[in-house]
Design a protein around this ligand. Structure first.
Ligand code: FPP
Length: 257
């Protein structure tokens, strides 16, 4: 799948020049929003939109991998999403199982390293097959050196931050470290994203302008990108366009020009 050094590399560049590719973000976060509206506009149940959303996701993972992006973190299911209807939650959990059953071989072949971020062990009863598939996917791809694909599931960023604080507080209480020794790096090391660079570029589809409890700590200096495109319609071209705008941003990290 690698893009470079191949004869067809030019064609695969899409909207991006080799110079753009050198300026791509290391870590992309995506809030995949708009599946429900996409389906409703077609007079279909919301689950139809989620199914189409998985197809869109497949293309974006492939493109990220082809472009040599280091990490991609996608918001698949939040801690608040359990409040959706039983039908919708069960459709999403069905898709999840299907995805990890059908796609794992391909992802592994492409050297993708899968990490589930979120509380897998805290998933409700009845989802044991999903849990087993998630652990199996992580185990199988752990040593892979390609795209680091982080899938946020039963994920909430505030919960993640509290969990990190609890871990460090426990160590402080045990006398292993003094509170003033705690650094930002140490704190980041207790998050689900430990070892990954902070998010450089955060994409949200469907026109909404919210963070929705996603990677609050890791997005401290992320560049935001909002598009009105609904997630199932967010294709490779739309992704390239988004990435292209990133390459033109001037990042200051709180400094001046
Ligand atoms: C937001 O759209 C999307 C979700 C809550 C689920 C995203 C999940 C997928 C794309 C597929 C499942 C993922 C995997 C890894 C198999 P929405 O339903 O909130 O849309 P709306 O705002 O139009 O209602």
């Amino acid at each position: 799948m690698a893009l470079f050094g191949k004869d067809e590399a030019k064609k695969e560049l899409g909207l991006l020049t080799p110079e753009d590719i050198r300026r791509l973000p290391r870590h992309v976060g995506i809030i995949m929003d708009g599946n429900g509206r996409w389906a409703v506009r077609r007079g279909m149940p919301r689950s139809f939109g989620h199914k189409a959303g998985v197809e869109a996701l497949r293309a974006i993972i492939r493109r990220s991998s082809d472009l040599g992006i280091e990490a991609l973190t996608i918001y698949a299911f939040s801690t608040e999403n359990w409040s959706r209807s039983v039908e919708e939650v069960s459709a999403l959990m069905g898709l999840l199982l299907e995805y990890f059953t059908k796609e794992l071989d391909e992802l592994h072949r492409e050297h993708v390293c899968i990490r589930i971020i979120g509380d897998i062990s805290g998933m409700p009863k009845g989802l044991e097959r999903q849990q087993a598939a998630l652990y199996a996917a992580m185990d199988r791809t752990r040593e892979n050196t390609g795209l680091k694909l982080n899938i946020a599931l039963n994920y909430g960023s505030q919960q993640e931050i509290v969990r990190a604080a609890q871990n460090l507080a426990r160590r402080a209480a045990a006398g292993e470290l003094a509170p003033e020794q705690i650094t930002r790096e140490m704190f980041a090391g207790e998050l689900y994203t430990a070892g990954l660079p902070d998010v450089d570029f955060l994409i949200r589809t469907s026109g909404e302008l919210r963070l929705s409890n996603f990677l609050l700590y890791q997005c401290a200096y992320a560049e935001f990108y909002k598009t009105d495109i609904l997630w199932p319609d967010f294709d490779r071209n739309a992704y390239d366009e988004a990435l292209l705008t990133y390459t033109k941003r001037e990042r200051r990290f709180g400094g001046v020009k």
